[in-house]
Ligand binder design. Structure first.
Ligand code: F6P
Length: 522
């Protein structure tokens, strides 16, 4: 890369792309024009465009579940019908959004109160996976927009510590509980929902459930059976995958926190990215570019992981969110026709905000034996009026990608050590430890400010990137059978956790762990 930058002063211009207030610098990648063109040709050869168009046309591209994949409809701002299975889905999408708006506005203004007449000040979202990670990440990222005295809380883990610690800070009188579950059957969520219900009923009686609970789900009957009032059930549809559902009723905690107008902005940002994805030529298409670079590193260079490092503390759940989006989507080893894949698929996605990561795991990114392609994300403008902090944050972000790319040669190290007055023997001993090979790849996404609109754009960007990679690998990015086996086995083991004498038999290790558990549980 050093050589390529030296020999081509136009490199940044060639390998960067600006979409209004969002820019991608992908010049610090191990590509020249011919590699880049070959990658774009690959996307063309596997018909990424046709597959993208099939998704937007409502075809059942989620073949193993026989479903359309239409999360783009949830943020569609145009006036054309959007057809799924012969029906325009937009009237239903808009109706749910309007109901969410009415409800959220009334809760925010205090027109809708708790059973004892108190204003709702805390919202507890109970959900897991896509019914948790999206809204939790977004509420965190958009904290500067939380403006109506409503604090969102998120409970996901079946570990009682999660709900116990959350409810311990709250009063039932001013708490609204959202039960968020596409299926309304997920064990963790239903267990937590029942615990929250008991907490509320113990304090305020059965009658208060209708005033303090709402549900976000596709399973409307199960919501009603739980005792949730009809006008507090916000539905969505089977063509919305869990990890793509933050734009649907699952976004209600976000709307309650930042308000319906800002939520609209969030949707509008995603819509802008959708329009770009649907219309830009592949070589100028941001999600496509990020996708093919990922495929390049995964399949040609053999790199197993991909780090996402936002220089934004409020994005501290972004990598966790992307882990589900990417790894649940592309963690597959059979092709669409059921045959084994012949090459590697989705990478391990991980990350933490900078600058914290710099003082933890960046050592390995700079000098470890594995190469880790990185995405850096950074805003030009901060929300907080602390310019010195933001300048340092930005300098650190840019310095990291520069360091990864340039590295530091033995000659440079030796010259530095000489200047510091070290002896020849000392210089010889230290030099290998202080050399950075460099030539390590990264993308940098820079944007004006982390507004709701920008966050919508960024999430949609990664959604489409994952889609394109799935298309290239010829896998179904929209099912998740891999999470089923553990769920089934947990059900089978539970009786023996409850009762050591239960009749089920397990493998030797599991039996050993069960015996130890019973000995120690007291
Ligand atoms: O177990 C995986 C999964 O099915 C995810 O795909 C989903 O987001 C999560 O569980 C939660 O499911 P639900 O919204 O139906 O409770």
């Amino acid at each position: 890369m050093r050589e390529m930058f030296k020999s081509d002063p136009e490199r940044f211009g060639k390998f960067s792309l600006k979409l209004d207030d969002l820019a991608l610098d992908y010049s610090k990648n191990l590509i020249d024009e011919s590699a880049f063109n070959a990658l774009i040709d690959l996307a063309k050869a596997v018909n990424v465009e046709a597959r993208r168009d099939a998704m937007w046309a409502g075809e059942h591209i989620n073949s193993t579940e026989d479903r359309a994949v239409m999360h783009m409809a949830l943020r569609y701002q145009g006036d054309q019908p959007v057809m799924v299975d012969g029906k325009d889905v937009m009237p239903d999408v808009r109706e749910v959004l309007a109901n969410m708006r009415t409800f959220a506005s009334a809760v925010r203004s205090g027109d809708i109160k708790g059973a004892t007449g108190q204003k709702i000040t805390d919202v507890v979202n109970i959900g897991i996976g896509g019914s948790d990670l999206g809204p939790a990440m977004v509420c965190n990222a958009l904290r500067p927009y939380i403006d109506a005295g409503i604090t969102p809380h998120f409970v996901s883990n079946v570990d009682g510590a999660d709900i116990a610690d959350t409810l311990a800070q709250l009063q039932p009188e001013n708490t609204l509980v959202l039960v968020a579950s596409k299926t309304f059957t997920t064990d963790e969520t239903m267990t937590n929902a029942n615990t929250a219900r008991k907490w509320l009923v113990d304090a305020l009686g059965d009658d208060a459930v209708k005033d303090h609970f709402a549900a976000l789900s596709t399973n409307l009957d199960a919501c009603a059976d739980f005792g949730i009032a009809q006008d507090r059930i916000f539905g969505f549809w089977d063509w919305v995958g869990g990890r793509y559902s933050v734009w649907s009723a699952i976004g209600l905690p976000v709307m309650l926190a930042i308000g319906p107008d800002q939520f609209d902005e969030f949707l509008a940002g995603a819509y802008e990215m959708d329009q770009h994805f649907l219309s830009a030529p592949l070589a100028e298409n941001m999600p496509v570019i990020m996708a093919v670079l990922g495929v390049w590193y995964r399949n040609v260079w053999g790199h197993a992981t991909h780090a996402v490092l936002p220089y934004d503390q409020r994005m501290n759940r972004f990598a966790a969110y992307l882990q589900q989006q990417d790894m649940e989507s592309n963690g597959k080893s059979v092709q669409l026709n059921g045959e084994k894949v012949t090459r590697k698929t989705g990478p391990i996605v991980w990350g933490e905000p900078g600058t914290n990561g710099q003082h933890a795991f960046y050592q390995l990114i700079h000098q470890g034996t594995d190469i880790i392609p990185v995405d850096f994300l950074v805003a030009a403008q901060a929300h907080d009026n602390l310019p010195e902090h933001h300048q340092k944050l930005v300098a650190n972000c840019f310095a990291q990608s520069e360091a990864l790319m340039l590295g530091k040669s033995a000659d440079q190290v030796m010259a530095e050590l000489k200047e510091q007055g070290l002896s020849t023997a000392e210089i010889e001993a230290l030099t290998p430890h202080k050399v950075f090979e460099g030539n390590r790849p990264s993308n940098t996404l820079i944007y004006t400010k982390l507004t709701p609109k920008m966050l919508g754009k960024l999430i949609a960007l990664y959604e489409h990137k994952v889609f394109v990679q799935g298309a290239i690998w010829n896998i179904n990015s929209f099912d998740q059978w891999g999470v089923e086996l553990g769920k089934q086995l947990a059900k089978a083991i539970l009786p023996k956790v409850k009762d050591a004498n239960a009749s089920s038999r397990h493998d030797g290790s599991t039996e050993g762990l069960l015996a130890q558990f019973h000995e120690w549980q007291g």
